[in-house]
Design a protein around this ligand. Structure first.
Ligand SMILES: *[C@@H]1O[C@H](CO)[C@@H](O)[C@H](O)[C@H]1NC(C)=O
Ligand SMILES: *[C@@H]1O[C@H](CO)[C@@H](O)[C@H](O)[C@H]1NC(C)=O
Ligand SMILES: *[C@@H]1O[C@H](CO)[C@@H](O)[C@H](O)[C@H]1NC(C)=O
Ligand SMILES: *[C@@H]1O[C@H](CO)[C@@H](O)[C@H](O)[C@H]1NC(C)=O
Length: 205
């Protein structure tokens, strides 16, 4: 029993230590986006009775392998999908991702709305990707969402990405912090040991 507790607390320490310091907001944004397998995506609805109103829906995302993401969330979409129909009219969208998707916030007693439970909002537009970028998107997505390979072949699936214009970070008290697209992509998951740490923690989520 005590061995189990020791193992558990070691595991929790490892998750905690892999989360970047809250002051490094761009790095935090990259970390959370890479950590999350899905996002809530809001579009401007084209469907009655909520035409013109925000419409939020769940999508599987991947920016690459755990611990080595590109920062760009890719998605596997079909025009048969209600939100994708909105994007055809207006590609502008907002993606929200949160560490509440992992065990981290629950284990630390952080409510999902607490800024200590880091959450990120990406503003931008969703655009189809083609050619070699589509192949990269496929590798990113299918490795983290193996079921996608079996989705119905008659739905005309395509690969898309969030073309990020602005990043909003809630990771500590004091209000939302803005990160530019340039700062976001400049922030790498710099240190090799962090790559290892975060790929370990994924199995704990
Ligand atoms: C991380 O991804 C890049 C391509 O985006 C690749 O060149 C590199 O080898 C990867 N590193 C690891 C540790 O997997
Ligand atoms: C990919 O192809 C689609 C369909 O031909 C086109 O609408 C879209 O702009 C292309 N995307 C990029 C990033 O070039
Ligand atoms: C991506 O977003 C930027 C604004 O942040 C915009 O200027 C650019 O045209 C967009 N790219 C595409 C292919 O839609
Ligand atoms: C890019 O990253 C480097 C090293 O982390 C940092 O010193 C620099 O200020 C960053 N530049 C921008 C525009 O964010």
């Amino acid at each position: 029993m005590s061995l189990v507790l020791i193992a558990l607390s070691l595991a929790l320490t490892r998750v905690a230590s892999s989360v970047p310091p809250h002051e490094e907001v761009a790095r935090m944004a990259r970390f959370v986006v890479n950590k999350c397998d899905w996002a809530s995506m809001a579009t401007i609805s084209t469907h009655e009775p909520v035409k013109g109103q925000p419409f939020s829906n769940v999508f599987s995302i991947s920016d690459g392998p755990p611990g080595n993401g590109t920062g760009t969330p890719y998605m596997y979409l079909t025009h048969m999908e209600i939100s994708v129909q909105d994007l055809q009219v207006n590609p502008q969208a907002s993606l929200a991702v949160s560490l509440a998707q992992s065990s981290y916030c629950k284990n630390h007693g952080f409510d999902p709305q607490s800024p200590l439970c880091a959450h990120i909002i990406l503003s931008g537009s969703v655009i189809q990707v083609n050619g070699s970028e589509a192949s990269a998107a496929k590798d990113s997505l299918f490795s983290r969402h193996p079921e996608m390979a079996d989705w119905p072949t008659d739905h005309n699936w395509f690969f898309a990405k969030m073309n990020i214009s602005q990043v909003w970070v809630l990771d500590y008290f004091g209000g939302v912090k803005k990160v530019t697209e340039e700062e976001y992509y400049n922030a790498s998951q710099r240190c090799e040991s962090q790559h290892k740490a975060s790929s370990h923690t994924n199995t704990l989520d």
